[in-house]
Design a protein around this ligand. Structure first.
Ligand SMILES: Nc1nc2c(c(=O)[nH]1)N[C@H]1C(S)=C(S)[C@@H](COP(=O)(O)OP(=O)(O)OC[C@H]3O[C@@H](n4cnc5c(=O)[nH]c(N)nc54)[C@H](O)[C@@H]3O)O[C@H]1N2
Ligand SMILES: Nc1nc2c(c(=O)[nH]1)N[C@H]1C(S)=C(S)[C@@H](COP(=O)(O)OP(=O)(O)OC[C@H]3O[C@@H](n4cnc5c(=O)[nH]c(N)nc54)[C@H](O)[C@@H]3O)O[C@H]1N2
Ligand code: SF4
Ligand SMILES: [Mo]
Length: 750
């Protein structure tokens, strides 16, 4: 049988590596890194190899599932759509659109077909109940970007190939492969940095895999980052003339920050953070005095009560130290398509607004049009006007990934209707009335919308599908489009007869008219060879910063060129360039460093409440062979040692009477669990660490392999009530927990 070689962007994480996939007939023969890929240059991690297992996983859903007599059973697509129409119509007829909601999960961010049709689906819901993984993750980053630069997706990233000092706080890119920063082969890039005399410093409560390759690692007490960061800012104001960038006329508000950090001296915060004052000063000085330097923070600092404050202070440090928007410091990528900071008049814009509405129960403010995911349970269980009664999940597994999972697990049972668009019947989707299967990633095209906006290098890459979709399978965009159409007709009985092709043609014409006005007919004609998301992509590329402007710039980009460049690793668009002030979209046209909300948050910072001495602090952990909650059913990744283990420092293990392999019992007011112990001085004394995304033992799931070694769900221990009040992001780290040896629980009290 002849074999074919396919070049393919990996859809599994933000690094978006280029892969070479060898195929014989329907079988995948090998998956390797693509040395020609302009972004990843041959790098690959073990998860990519598991795409083969994913494609052939017999548990992966290939037909819709419908609940009949309480059990999910396979059904035809027509039956499934009918059940969806009836279910949603019933709810809307009784309770209105305000009772509908959606939960969008992490894999959606990797899908062109989902992202390019999601906006219309959300609009068609006509509801405030919009939830996503962003409020379990990076919402503080979006919020700061909105406030400072005027757009949610303007994310400054370290220029790693030219910097001489990189400080990583609350991130573990050696394992995560980078996040809100597309940087494949982080390890290789650090090696190059060190070989040119540069330095990596890591600040983390665990000596992580990234800390292991760093020049210096400092333990930090979980949750104490705002104090450390404020003291570093204080040091810069106290000891240094803030760097040259601050002289830039387009930065406003710098001097409003100085008085607010004055009290947070290194001496005052040293004990709070567990880092001595001299080290704190030195960190600030190194950042300022190194010619090219950057500080980068990730979910260790965003999934905290002060997540937004932390993110802002990191930006403030990058700006004050004089390397912002400069080669070797932090820069903004310039994406070929879909980036709002490349669209419209440059240098000024509407900025962002938050709190346009509030959640019904907790009164949490909307951010980026979303409610905090940690509010999902109470919105389902609290009766009253606007109660959430029908939920759509799109690549989302909140039963494992959101706080207080046991409560959410029960709450989903109360819904009047639930639809899941997913590839597995898992802990969340087992509650659905209908599951619609997404195609295998290898049956789908691939173009990343968010990640080129945060890539270490500018590029444009596109991968065609490798396999044709199975007969009858609908593409993600077709599912979302049909659902949008259906919702638009409620509460009347929906007409399901129009084809997705005709719906799409009408939608595209309408969008072209909105975007291009009198030029719309020309755009329709120029892009007629494409349909669905590919047509939207072609439009975005052609009208983007490198685009051919529909023929006006003949050398410019269009989708056909990207398709042709697929076999040669895509198109390199060069190293990142300074983009200020043109990329700003703030109302003032300045980089608004001192947004009043952020100033108030800093002003309100108080010494942390003393920790209950009977508790330890729980932090999370990611593993190379795991990806959030859904890759534990793939043999290539699932084999090997048990991964869902609790790290305990040797001193704590001794004090608590634990040893390697013994069982620990963890409890909070929310829940309890038992996990095997791994004794390790990787964690600070007083800290324990457990990975998230485990706990696959629920009845009614179809995850044969994962359920053999289910692990435990750490989110059972977390509260829905602790979140960053500004961004709505859940606190996932630094959780006070009671920890006991299981044997000691059996000891009768004396
Ligand atoms: N304690 C703790 N909790 C955490 C975190 C933590 O660090 N600690 N991390 C948080 C973070 S950063 C995130 S992003 C969230 C992630 O949490 P979620 O957004 O819930 O994402 P996943 O856990 O990755 O679950 C993905 C879901 O999508 C499905 N899926 C996979 N591929 C596809 C596909 O191609 N199409 C469709 N339709 N479905 C697909 C899977 O079956 C699964 O149901 O977890 C958060 N939860
Ligand atoms: N292999 C693998 N890769 C992944 C994922 C995965 O599950 N597995 N998930 C993907 C997703 S959705 C995301 S969002 C990214 C996340 O990317 P990263 O943020 O790089 O991932 P983590 O490994 O969770 O790193 C967070 C770090 O913060 C530390 N930390 C915890 N609490 C604190 C604190 O209070 N202060 C400080 N300073 N540090 C703290 C933790 O010890 C940990 O090392 O990874 C992505 N990549
Ligand atoms: S690092 Fe991420 S994108 Fe690269 S191969 Fe691994 S999973 Fe895929
Ligand atoms: Mo994430």
């Amino acid at each position: 049988m002849s074999s074919t070689l396919h070049h393919r962007i990996c859809p599994l994480c933000e690094a978006s590596c280029g892969l070479q996939i060898q195929v014989e007939g329907e079988a995948i023969v090998s998956i390797k890194g693509d040395p020609a890929d302009v972004l990843s240059r041959g790098y690959i991690c073990p998860k990519a190899v598991a795409l083969k297992d994913l494609h052939s996983d017999k548990d992966r859903l290939r037909t819709p599932m419908i609940r009949r007599d309480g059990t999910l059973v396979p059904a035809s697509w027509d039956e499934a759509w009918l059940a969806i129409a009836q279910g949603l119509q019933r709810v809307v007829a009784q309770h209105g659109h305000q009772s509908l909601g959606i939960s969008i999960g992490n894999p959606a961010s990797h899908k062109l077909g989902i992202l390019s049709y999601l906006g219309k689906l959300i609009a068609a819901l006509k509801s405030k109940h919009i939830y996503s993984a962003s409020t379990l993750d990076q919402m503080p980053r979006h919020l700061c970007s909105g406030f400072l630069y005027g757009h949610w997706m303007s994310v400054p990233i370290p220029d790693i190939e030219r910097t001489q000092l990189l400080i990583v706080i609350g991130g573990n890119p050696v394992v995560s492969n980078g996040s809100m920063w597309t940087v494949p082969d982080f390890r290789g890039k650090v090696k190059a940095l060190q070989e040119r005399g540069g330095k990596l410093i890591v600040i983390d409560p665990r000596r992580t895999e990234t800390a292991a390759i760093a020049d210096q690692h400092y333990f930090i007490r979980p949750g104490s980052d705002p104090y450390l960061l404020a003291a570093m800012v204080q040091t810069l104001f106290a000891d240094h003339v803030p760097g040259t960038t601050t002289a830039e006329p387009y930065i406003s508000g710098i001097h409003e920050i100085a008085p607010l950090v004055a009290e947070w001296t290194p001496e005052r915060v040293a004990l709070i953070c567990g880092i001595d004052a001299q080290t704190i000063r030195s960190l600030a000085h190194q950042l300022c005095d190194t010619a090219r330097a950057a500080i980068y923070g990730r979910i260790g600092v965003t999934t905290q009560e002060h997540g937004t404050l932390n993110t802002w202070l990191i930006d403030v440090l990058n700006i004050l130290s004089g390397h912002f928007d400069k080669p070797g410091g932090t820069l903004f990528a310039c994406s070929a398509a879909f980036a709002s900071n490349t669209i419209g008049p440059s240098g000024k814009g509407k900025g962002v607004r938050t709190g346009r509405f509030h959640s019904r129960v907790s009164q949490a403010p909307e951010v980026m049009g979303e409610m905090p995911t940690s509010c999902l349970t109470e919105e389902i269980t609290t009766p009253g006007e606007g109660q959430l009664r029908a939920l759509i999940t799109v690549a989302s597994n909140p039963v494992l990934s959101a706080p207080a999972s046991d409560q959410l697990d029960q709450a989903l049972e109360q819904l009047d209707f639930m639809l899941s668009i997913d590839i597995y019947c898992n802990e969340t989707t087992r509650h659905a009335d209908v599951i619609l299967p997404s195609p295998s990633p290898l049956e789908d095209v691939h173009y990343d919308i968010p990640f080129p906006q945060m890539s270490y290098r500018n590029h444009a890459r596109f991968s065609p599908a490798i396999f044709a979709m199975a007969a009858g399978q609908q593409a993600d965009w077709e599912i979302l489009l049909r659902l949008t159409h259906l919702l638009g007709q409620l509460p009347q009985q929906p007409d399901l007869s129009p084809s997705t092709a005709s719906l799409d043609e009408a939608l595209f014409a309408q969008e072209a008219e909105q975007l291009f006005g009198p030029h719309a007919p020309g755009v329709l004609k120029a892009t007629a060879q494409w349909t669905g998301p590919l047509r939207k992509l072609d439009v975005a590329l052609r009208s983007g910063p490198y685009g051919d402007m529909f023929g006006q710039r003949p050398d410019g980009l269009h989708l056909r060129r990207l398709v042709e460049a697929n076999s040669t690793g895509g198109i390199d668009l060069g190293a990142l360039q300074p983009r200020l002030p043109a990329m700003l979209r703030t109302p003032s046209g300045t980089l608004e460093l001192a947004h009043p909300t952020l100033l108030s948050a800093l002003q309100a910072l108080r010494d942390p409440a003393p920790q209950d001495p009977s508790t330890m602090l729980l932090i999370g952990r990611r593993e190379v062979r795991s990806n959030n909650s859904w890759m534990h059913n793939l043999h290539t990744l699932a084999k090997g040692p048990e991964r869902c283990v609790l790290l305990v420092h040797p001193d704590d293990a001794q004090r608590l009477g634990m040893s390697e392999g013994s069982q620990a019992h963890l409890s909070t007011a929310q829940g309890e669990l038992t996990a095997p112990v791994h004794v390790s001085d990787e964690v600070m004394p007083g800290i324990v660490s457990l990975p998230h995304g485990w706990g696959h033992a629920a009845p009614g799931t179809q995850l044969g392999l994962a359920s053999q070694r289910p692990g435990v769900n750490m989110n059972r221990l977390l509260s829905t009530q602790t979140r960053d009040p500004l961004s709505g992001t859940a606190v996932l780290n630094g959780i006070p927990v009671r920890v006991k040896a299981v044997d000691s629980l059996l000891t009768p009290p004396v």
